[in-house]
Structures are given as C-alpha cells and as structure tokens.
Design a protein around this ligand. Sequence first.
Ligand code: PLP
Length: 360
Amino acid sequence: MRTILLNPGPVNVSPRVRDALAGPDLCHREPEFFDLQDGIRRRLLEAFRTPRGEYTSVLLTGSGTAMVEAMTSSAVPAGGRLLVVQNGVYGERIARIARAHGIEHEVVACAPTERPAIDALALRLAHTRYDALAIVHHETTTGLLNELAPIAALCKLKGTRLLVDAVSALAGEAFDFARLAPDAVVCTANKCVQGLPGLSFALVKREFMDAMRGYPERTLYLHLPRHHDEQEKRSTPFTPAVQIAYALRAALDELIDETVDGRVARYGRAAAIVRDGVAALGLDLLLPPALRSTTLTAISLPRQLGYPALHDALKRDGFVIYAGQGPLAASLFRVATMGDVREEDYRRFVECLGAAIGRA
Ligand SMILES: Cc1ncc(COP(=O)(O)O)c(C=O)c1O
C-alpha cells in the first residue's frame, strides 16, 4: 500500500518525478548539467508566470530554510534594517536568521491565529525606515495564509523591499507576481512543486539581484548573488544535487501542464474533502475560513485520542499526519493537502479518522 503523506512536505510525488532520479550520472561541470540547470531556471519563470524580463530564478542545494537564509542574509544593505512579520514558527525563524547574521531587525509579532494589522504595519513603516520587510505567505504552523496584497502596496509606497517565504505556498496558493511585484520569493522543490527534497529556489527581481551584489557578503555558501551569477554564466559555485534536479525538472513539467491555477483548484478540492469530513466527525478547525490556506488544515485532536495514538492508528491505515508545533502540539494535529494524492485517498483518510475515533 502506498503511504499517503499528509505532512506538509516532503510530499508524495508522481512515478514520473521519482523515475527521473534514475537519469544518467553527470558531472556538474559538464554542459549536460548546465542544460538541466538552465531548463529548471527557465521553467520556474514560466510556471509562476513572472512578468517577462523582470525576474530571474536561482537554484540552491539545500532545504527551504537554506533558501530563506540565503534570501534574508543577502537582501539587506550594510547598516540596513529589516522588519519581520511574525505569526508563527517560520516568521520567527526569519528573525532568528537575521539575528544570526547580525542584521538589524525588528519584529511585528501577532498571535498565530491572526494576520498582522495593516494599520499598525503602516505606522511602523511611516515612522522607521526599513530596507526590507519579510513575511511568510503561508504559516505552516497553523495553516494561516497571510494576505500579501495590502502589504505589497505598503512596501511599494515606502520603497521597502518585499521578501516572501513561500516555502509551503508557491504552486499551492494563488500568487500573482505581476500584481504583488515582490522583490524576492523563496520556495522548496518538495512541497507544492511536487519534486523531491534537496533543492530550493528563489524568484527575484533582476533589479534587486543587481542591488544585492553591492550588499555585504554575510555568508560564503548562501550568498544569493554568488549562486545567481554563476548560474547565469552556465556554472555553479558548489556541487549541486544533480539527481534531485532531474526530479525537479520533471516536477516543473508536470506543474506547467497542470498549471498553478489547476493545482490550486485540485488542492482546494482536497482541502474541502478533509474540512467537510472532519467537521462531520465533530472536530473543530483552528482557523476561521477567511484565514485558511488551501494547503494545510489545523484540526483539534479528538477528545478520545492523544496525538501519538491518533498518529499511529492512521499510520497503520497508510496515512502520515503531522503534529501541532510548540504550544499547539497538545491540542492540534495538521493535515496537508499537497502532493500527488487523489481525492479518493482524502476520502479514505476521513473514513479511517472516523474509524479511529470510533474505536477509541
Ligand atoms: C513556511 C515555511 N518556511 C520554511 C520552511 C523550512 O523548510 P525546510 O524544512 O525545507 O528547511 C518550512 C517547512 O515546512 C515552511 O513551511
């Protein structure tokens, strides 16, 4: 039986993506690798419909955090200041990265079940000059989707760079590059893009990449312009995850065929099956509909079952659910609706969940 991964990445991938791993052994300094790298970078711009000529893409070997750290540590000029919006674990991680690199920063913290108040953000930006604002599009901690449009408009007004951690969102949530005009957006291969773990990527305004070249090089390995400029020259600074790149190319071909809109709609149907199903079982959802993402649902634990027992019962049925994080661990579990999973699998999950509760 195929195990259905309901954790928010790594996700189930298609046979085509997994089979791509078996591509030929390749030296990463040969033209064949640069064809692969160029093809992925081109497909990223195409799949996410970035305005022609305005954006460039960068690949990085490493998980999503590596690319979040590459973006954060590369995107603030010397003596510059960063504002971090924090309403979950991943916003907090951006602030930790800024601290680790000695970047002057402030945090707008709100409850993990709340979006930041736009008025308060506007006030902050009116009083203090921030070179960049960083925000998580989808807070995987809770399944909360931050609304980017008003924040993008504020950043535009103030000349503040907009940096987006879209690690658990891009390809699974609507994201209009032309309308939002973010300066940098980062993501991983193995969530909604449906590739395998080991590669991450960024989509960056070309003009911002040019500016970043003049910013301090705070790390050797994660300096974003280094990766970009080498990739532009059909080169690579370090040894990349070659086979994972084969899988990413196949995953992007699938995404381009399905289209981002098509995938968002498919994930939306999956989320509706899960949400309607758990509601019918009498379980509560953490967030009201207006705050929910498409790609993850945080659900109250059944009274009769603690997380470990629920997890183990569902795993025996072939489903891997995900625990709540931090203080939410005692009361919640999470179900992601990402990956190459069929609607009938989500229906069977709801049945198995009901049966596990019934047995308890
Ligand atoms: C929003 C967000 N940012 C960053 C990360 C970190 O990604 P990784 O675990 O691939 O380093 C995650 C992982 O779930 C995430 O959901």
